[in-house]
Design a binder for this molecule. Sequence first.
Ligand SMILES: [Zn+2]
Ligand SMILES: [Zn+2]
Length: 238
Amino acid sequence: MRILDVLLAVLYPPSCAHCRRPLRRAGAARLCPPCRRSLGAIVAPCARCAEPGAAPVCETCASRPPAFRRAFALFPYRDGGVLAEALTRWKYHRRADVGAALVRLFAEEAPLLPSCYDLVVPVPLHPSKLGRRGFNQAGLLARGLCRARPETGRLAPTALRRRRTGVQARLARPGRRANVRGAFRAPGDLTGARVLLIDDVLTTGATVDACARELRRARAAAVDVLVLARTPRPESRR
Ligand SMILES: [Zn+2]
Ligand SMILES: [Zn+2]
């Protein structure tokens, strides 16, 4: 350990990024064992969209296959859970330390993907949100992944652009699909590229589907999706 690291460790002893409990051993993700365990795992996901409990393929994907080949999700998203709270702190309270912990967690837990990709492309943030927030969480996750695992593919942060449309979270599901249609633009020629699309949370899948559609239109050979967290579909919450 360098002198500076020793000093920093004395001044700022490692603590859990979520509950602030002191950590004996600072894992890459900086979560204490109980918080880490509480993240849980996705059980029996749909092979296309990673919807928990929908294996082998959910009804939606069976009746209307998405434009992406398959989605990988690292953790289930639970309202009020450690991950949901951490994402809120990062995105809405601008807690960069929590963001850094999530980026490390993402890079550390990214599954050994079955194939390598040519391009790693983050879902672009709506321009009005980017202005307010000052950063794109999907962009930071993609950058962290490419730094930790350069073999995944080349980071292509501007391969997709976003047009100005209404803000997604306020809309119900049918509105979301219509809203995201045409929201993205891939300005370049992606002929033959295998693309890994990155986002923080996959909810209805409408956003990543619209992105994948646009990437395919720009002649990408295949698009897979990797997200930090996957919600159950809104219908299955009722
Ligand atoms: Zn903790
Ligand atoms: Zn599905």
